[in-house]
Design a protein around this ligand. Structure first.
Ligand SMILES: Nc1nc2c(ncn2[C@@H]2O[C@H](COP(=O)(O)OP(=O)(O)OP(=O)(O)O)[C@@H](O)[C@H]2O)c(=O)[nH]1
Length: 627
């Protein structure tokens, strides 16, 4: 059947005709598409929307523009948006809710919350690239939540597609029987109707829903609309919700009145009610996305002992970096840009920070590395903010020694996000560092170099297996700190771009970490101090001393640059003194020129910081601290 025929066949209802009361729970399916980046998730989502007549093929371009606009407003989590489709299967209309999940497991916390609203997923794999690291990470998230998984191989129209090998990979890694794997082209529409059928046949309807009980729902996504405030996306578990109803949020304890509700197609379509099993949006008077906690349970106001839909856990940042304006006069503009961006992304934590060298700034906490990259990119692109982002650091855990210290700090274990606040070793029983479980999938010719890279980053191999006759999947336990800066780039370059990498959090582990202090002529420069593993301290200390020696201008006296651990110098460089004032006689004649130069010099000096009488230009800090 051609795509055009498919399209006519499945165009079912126009939006205004949808009457949600006609859909009992048995005829609802809530599902997500999970895939490695670029394997075709958005293309498939569009195709499903077209096939069911949710968007028209002709309107496609306009649709895409809309999406980009929304993407800009909603940020990184938007790829395939949440959308309600009506699909006629064997004479009955079904309500299919395509639920958006953030694409990357940096957001595994958010992904698992969105998955909590689903009963199944489509696992999409590119027939040319095959199973990739992110496919594996996403699969296990869905698998651990007991979801039905529909395996789909995409892009079979490509000349280089190798569906047989990819089927073997999917069998070896996920134990899918090749005969159950759908083979489609989301681009041409080939076999996409089989995906819709499989959603109805293989994914169960929402579980534990009861329309006769009072209203209860899971909040699994939200975004901020400048005019309407927070728009929250919910999966209704029990009861019915209507405009004007009063609801409460379990976690925040706040109550609201419903101002508008409806379904997403993927634009908002206002309706009079939503009922058990259905997915839609609600607008109530939530003022910031901080109030719309992903994973929170909403319920009819006044109910007591409400059972949570999903266990609620606050997302916790794993990667921290300082953000400073390039020019201090831009502090206010940067603050307003940060306010706007965090309004839409409440998972970023913000704390004021000031540095003698870099001035007023903020210490931001991100869920992971990709999250940090994307946020910084948006800061620059959308707000034109010129910023200095410092080398990222990870949260370390310290177990305190002695009851007195425990009392002083209020707990035995304390988490330190900023090297400058690292506790003194004398009050510490034991340090712990955050770990991740990393998955690498690569053509097997790169096995050796990747192994060396992983070991250099203190990786401990957990597993390694061939997934077909030329590709290998390796798993390592890494300290997060070791992959936080340039691991991904190193991996890509030594595998000519062919290896893929993904990771998930894996708790804390005891570790021999130390604070590496940087000293200039005997004085500690807090901004330049870092926390490193003992085995890396000397090498890192040497590197940073060299970099400083190259950027600190020569002074009238010698400057000693030292990297010190607990009083012991592990690296040292010197900047030799200037021999004499070489500029003194140059401009003897022209007084106005002299004044101009002096003025310029004075301005330059304002930008210098003086440590131990050493004039250090801001650029030095930027060069050394910047990633
Ligand atoms: N030949 C071919 N190309 C496809 C097919 N499906 C998607 N593509 C192309 O693959 C690229 C990535 O597709 P997207 O749908 O943007 O992939 P995605 O998984 O949403 O990617 P991210 O949004 O970056 O995660 C695009 O250039 C698509 O046109 C297909 O079936 N065949």
């Amino acid at each position: 059947m051609s795509f055009q025929q498919n399209f006519r066949h499945y165009s079912s209802k126009s939006k205004s005709e949808i009457d949600l009361t006609l859909f009992p729970v048995e005829r609802i399916r809530n599902f997500s598409i999970i895939a490695h980046i670029d394997h075709g998730k958005s293309t498939l989502a569009d195709r499903l929307l077209e096939l069911t007549g949710t968007i028209s093929k002709g309107g496609h371009e306009a649709q895409m523009l809309d999406r980009l606009q929304v993407e800009r407003e909603r940020g990184i989590t938007v790829k395939a948006q949440t959308a309600t489709l009506v699909y006629n299967y064997q004479g009955n209309d079904y309500l299919l809710n395509l639920i958006d999940t953030p694409g990357h497991v940096d957001f595994s916390f958010e992904v698992s919350r969105s998955l909590a609203a689903c009963q199944g997923v489509i696992l999409l794999v590119d027939a040319n690239q095959g199973v990739q690291a992110q496919t594996v990470a996403n699969f296990f998230l869905a698998f651990s939540q007991n979801l039905a998984i529909v395996p789909v191989m995409n892009k079979i129209d490509l000349k280089n597609a190798d569906p047989e090998s990819v089927a073997i990979q999917m069998k070896n890694v996920f134990e899918f029987e090749p005969k159950n794997i759908l083979r489609i082209s989301a681009k041409t529409g080939l076999n996409v109707d089989a995906v819709l059928q499989s959603i109805v046949e293989r994914i169960p309807p929402p579980k534990h829903c009861n329309i006769n009980k009072p209203f209860r729902a899971l909040l699994f996504d939200s975004w901020y609309d400048r005019y309407r405030g927070v728009i929250a996306v919910i999966a209704v578990i029990d009861g019915i919700i209507r405009n004007g109803d009063a609801i409460s949020a379990k976690h925040t304890g706040k109550s609201y009145e419903i101002k508008d509700l409806g379904i997403l197609q993927p634009n908002e379509v206002s309706l009079s009610c939503l009922q058990a099993g259905q997915v839609g949006y609600v607008v109530c008077n939530m003022r910031s996305s901080n109030e719309a906690k992903v994973g929170d349970t909403l319920f009819k106001k006044g109910l007591t002992n409400v059972e949570e839909v999903a266990s609620f856990r606050q997302s916790k940042p794993m990667v921290f970096a300082g953000v400073y304006p390039m020019d201090q006069s831009e502090t206010a503009a940067l603050r307003s840009a940060l306010d706007k961006l965090t309004l839409n992304d409440s998972s970023v934590t913000v704390a004021k920070e000031s540095s003698a060298a870099l001035g007023q700034g903020w210490r931001l906490g991100f869920l992971g590395l990709l999250h940090m990259e994307v946020f910084n990119q948006r800061l620059e692109q959308e707000y034109g903010a010129e910023v200095i982002v410092t080398v990222p650091s990870v949260p370390y855990k310290s177990e305190l020694l002695g009851e007195k210290n425990i009392k002083l700090y209020g707990a035995r274990d304390i988490i330190v996000n900023n090297p400058a606040q690292f506790p003194d070793i004398s009050i510490i029983e034991q340090f712990f560092e955050p770990m991740v479980l990393g998955t690498i999938i690569t053509p097997d010719v790169y096995f050796g170099p990747i192994m060396s890279l992983a070991l250099d980053r203190r990786g401990v191999q957990i597993d390694s297996k061939n997934i077909d006759n030329s590709r290998i999947m390796m798993q390592f336990r890494f300290p997060l700190n070791e992959i936080a800066v340039d691991f991904y780039d190193a991996l890509k370059s030594l595998s000519s771009g062919y290896a893929s990498f993904d990771y998930e959090e894996d708790g804390f582990q005891e570790s021999d970490i130390v604070k590496l202090n940087l000293m200039l002529n005997g004085e500690i420069v807090e901004e330049l101090c870092t926390v490193v593993h003992v085995s890396k301290a000397r090498k890192y200390g040497k590197e940073i001393c060299l970099r400083l020696a190259e950027t600190i201008p020569r002074q009238m006296f010698q400057v000693a640059i030292q990297a010190v651990i607990g009083g012991k110098v592990v690296a040292r460089e010197n900047v030799a003194a200037l021999r004499k004032d070489v500029t003194a006689k140059c401009y003897g004649g022209d007084i106005s020129r002299k004044m101009k130069l002096l003025k310029r010099q004075a301005e330059g000096k304002k930008r210098m910081k003086s440590i131990a009488n050493i004039e250090i230009p801001r650029e030095t800090f930027i060069k050394v601290l910047k990633r």
